[in-house]
Write a protein that binds this ligand. Structure first.
Ligand code: C2E
Ligand code: MG
Ligand code: MG
Length: 768
């Protein structure tokens, strides 16, 4: 039966026991580092609580005696764990590694000693005494009880010192939680002491211990100081790079962080005008802005010549019932990001070196302009630097870059109009769209002249070609329009011509022809489509002394082709050497056969293109052939034109000497067609002079030409160089040439170029 005086105690302590059990369960589930320490405390708190409840309700001496024993033992263990909790809670360690074993030893000793009270009765005794509501159990303290109290006091003192030290050392923000546990500890200790000295039956101070358990749980497991949170939020808000502003429900600013104060040009406490300032920045309407929620507005601010770009976000805040409690704005400075994006966008559409449009952007722009102006006519122009690779190699990359930048600058400067677009469409290629009405060829020709003047010390001139295509088919891909402008460039015959070349319908056909010829050449040689034709050369008596070998292409589709139809293409792309070598070999083979047939008296003269000297080692090749066919070298004559002396004169002179020394007769072909023929004669060591047929065309009526021819022949004679006239078509021409002293003749008057068969039929059979 519960004694009435104890009822209140039993109820309160039981309630605490329930609460402690709940806290214990929650602590076990927690993963916090301190949880095991709290758990030990709570568990060992339950034991004295329960034993005290039993003492309070029981009047059985044996049970009370056992419960007192349990109570004493469990409080010692509880105090030990409380001490461990305090150290952990305050983030301290044992000062010395021996302290813990020592203290544990002490606790063990006390536990055993108290347990032995059941045998020796040295800690306490309990007796009963009649009372109004039954019997009272009286507690008698014996000598060891004091030792037990001393052990408890030591453990308690360590906890108190730990907590007190932490209270002194820690920041104001954290002090509360240590202080509360410290005060609870001291209060409970005083209460406990009071109980000890009054020798009460049940320990009412257990209520204090229960409260302490609760504090331990709350402050170690649940409590986060609100002031700490506030401080942290404030610090974070103050230091973030975004501007933050809080507004109450009336949109009066209640907080502005330092980033926002800088962005809006306000002091940290100048919250009054903040909302108006924000509106001014966004340019938004006050009324309308009241409805903004999660809205982002991008705006620009100009200050001290700088441009700032901000993203401003407005958010509304509601309570749990959905009522408006205020709003906040976040200002993000996107200036750098925007600049970067702008730069990336620029680089994606512009050429890095020159800063003008790149191909994709130019083509897009051109498409837009021509679509937007259907009634206007346009040209597409393309420019190309001749031998740009050579310019790079010879003058270096820096110079070549400077050249490209200069071209871009010229375009910026000279081709300005609403509808003009220009860009870089290849390493050395630029493209322009220009309205026909604004187009002036002279502008471009003068620009072509201006660029090579970039550096006046250039040895090799820089030549820029411009091709133009007048847009007729607007639906054509822009790239195809530029292809046409480039086709026009490919048709430029003389590299040094400074003019804009225009795409015409036959330009394309011409280009296709060039490609066809070039592609088919190898096969044409293999299949015998390329054949040598021979044109007889005669002496003053009309006797055939030899022949010039002239190439012909018997094409399966095109039919009979004279060299005029294909040689210039092959000359331009260097493939001429291939066909020449083939014809030379044909000539050698013919001579060899003639030699076997006893016609060693006839020679053949072959043409050597100036381009051959760039492509192959001419002397090595010709000497090789002569050796292969065991030729009498005098019978293979070599026709070269004075144009080979255009550059590398010394080198060319050496080559000619080499050929002459090897025993070949070198003839100067087309003498007089060039500009500096006489000058050349002085330098060029040749064996025969071949007068160009241009003279004969003029001589019919022109006495002056006749005089010049006569002089040339005299000059040649004085140098001991025989003269052969080509293009002799009439008997009159033969007469006056003979009179002037011309030694040999070649022309339709005597014979046209004919096939080998025909030549042999006519000349070899009649002579033999
Ligand atoms: P070329 O070396 O001056 O050859 C003479 C050209 O004059 C030949 O033209 C010939 O057919 C033509 N001809 C000859 N007599 C007369 C005449 O009385 N009146 C007129 N109007 N023309 C006459 P073809 O065969 O068309 O050759 C043209 C040029 O092509 C040659 O001029 C030569 O420079 C070049 N050529 C021809 N075959 C070869 C070759 O195998 N290799 C190289 N590199 N060039 C060649
Ligand atoms: Mg010739
Ligand atoms: Mg000639």
């Amino acid at each position: 039966m519960i004694k009435l005086g104890m009822a209140w105690f039993v109820v309160i302590v039981s309630l605490f026991a329930i609460v402690t059990i709940i806290c214990l369960v929650r602590t076990r589930r927690s993963e916090k580092e301190i949880a095991p320490f709290v758990e030990h405390c709570l568990f060992w708190l339950l034991v004295p609580i329960l034993s005290n409840i039993v003492i309070a309700i029981s009047d059985d001496l044996a049970i009370c005696r056992l419960c007192f024993t349990i109570y004493f033992i469990s409080t010692t263990i509880l105090l030990f764990y409380f001490m461990e909790f305090s150290l952990k809670f305050c983030n301290y360690e044992y000062r010395h590694p021996l302290f813990r074993p020592l203290l544990l030893g002490m606790v063990a000793f006390d536990t055993i000693s108290v347990s032995l009270n059941l045998v020796f009765d040295h800690v306490f005794m309990v007796t009963t005494e009649p009372a109004a509501d039954g019997v009272d159990v009286i507690f008698h303290s014996l000598w060891y009880h004091k030792v037990h109290l001393a052990v408890s006091a030591i453990l308690l003192a360590i906890s108190v010192i730990t907590l007190a030290t932490k209270c002194i050392k820690s920041s104001r923000l954290y002090r509360d939680r240590y202080l509360i546990i410290l005060l609870a500890t001291i209060g409970t200790s005083v209460w406990e002491s009071f109980h000890v000295f009054t020798n009460g039956v049940v320990d009412e101070s257990i209520i204090g211990i229960c409260a302490m358990g609760l504090f331990i749980y709350i402050y170690a497991m649940e409590y986060v100081p609100s002031i700490l949170m506030d401080e942290m939020k404030k610090t974070v808000l103050a230091t973030v790079s975004d501007g933050i502003l809080f507004f109450d429900e009336n949109r009066d600013c209640i907080y502005i962080n330092s980033a926002a104060s800088l962005q809006l040009g306000l002091g940290l406490d100048e919250t009054g005008p903040a909302f108006e300032k924000l509106l001014a920045l966004t340019g938004e309407d006050r009324e309308e802005s009241a409805n903004y929620n999660a809205k982002v507005i991008t705006c620009t601010k100009h200050e001290d010549g700088e441009e700032y770009i901000y993203d401003i976000e407005f958010h509304k805040l509601h309570d749990l019932q959905g009522k408006l409690i205020g709003s906040f704005a976040k200002i993000t400075d996107t200036t750098e990001r925007s600049k970067r994006e702008k730069m990336n966008k620029f680089l994606a559409t512009h050429d890095k070196l020159t800063g003008i449009y790149n191909t994709d952007r130019l083509f897009d722009e051109i498409r837009q302009v021509i679509t937007a102006n259907p009634d206007k006519e346009f040209y597409v122009l393309a420019s190309d630097i001749k031998e740009f690779k050579l310019v790079n190699d010879r003058y270096g990359r820096a110079f070549a870059d400077k050249l490209l930048v200069k071209i871009a600058d010229l375009m910026r400067e000279k081709v300005v109009s609403d509808t003009t677009r220009y860009g870089r469409i290849g390493s050395d290629k630029f493209g322009i769209l220009i309205e026909k009405a604004n187009y002036n060829e002279e502008t471009f020709i003068s620009a072509m002249r201006e660029v090579p003047n970039l550096d006046r010390n250039l040895v090799v001139p820089i030549i820029i070609h411009i091709g133009a295509y007048e847009i007729e088919d607007r639906n054509m891909p822009i790239s195809a329009m530029f292809d046409r402008a480039f086709i026009a460039i490919a048709q430029v015959k003389h590299e040094a011509d400074l003019k804009v070349s225009y795409y015409e319908d036959d330009s394309r056909a011409a280009l296709l022809w060039d490609q066809k010829i070039t592609e088919q050449l190898d096969n044409a040689i293999i299949t015998g489509q390329i054949v040598p034709y021979l044109q007889a050369q005669v002496d003053r008596d009309g006797k055939v002394v030899g022949a010039e070998v002239l190439v012909r292409w018997i094409h399966p589709d095109e039919g009979f082709m004279p060299p005029g139809r294909f040689l210039s293409v092959l000359e331009r792309n260097g493939r001429i050497a291939k066909i020449d070598q083939y014809i030379w070999e044909c000539a050698c083979r013919i001579l060899r056969r003639w030699s076997f047939e006893g016609r060693d008296d006839l020679y053949l003269s072959v043409n050597i293109s100036p381009k051959d000297f760039y492509m192959i080692d001419v002397p090595e090749c010709i000497i090789g052939l002569a050796e292969k066919y065991e030729l009498d070298r005098k019978r293979l004559r070599l026709e070269i034109t004075e144009t080979i002396m255009m550059d590398d004169i010394d080198e060319k002179l050496k080559t000619i000497d080499k050929l002459r020394e090897a025993g070949f007769i070198v003839e100067m072909d087309d003498f007089g067609s060039g500009y500096s023929s006489l000058n050349m004669l002085k330098d060029m060591p040749v064996d025969v002079l071949k007068l160009d047929m241009i003279f004969l065309k003029d001589t019919a009526h022109d006495e002056r030409t006749k005089k010049i021819m006569s002089l040339i022949i005299d000059l040649a004679k004085s140098l001991d160089v025989p003269v052969i006239a080509e293009g002799v078509e009439t008997v009159e021409q033969v007469d006056f040439l003979a009179k002037m002293g011309c030694d040999y003749f070649q022309g339709y008057y005597f014979a046209r170029p004919v096939s080998l068969d025909e030549y042999e039929k006519k000349n070899l059979s009649s002579a033999s």
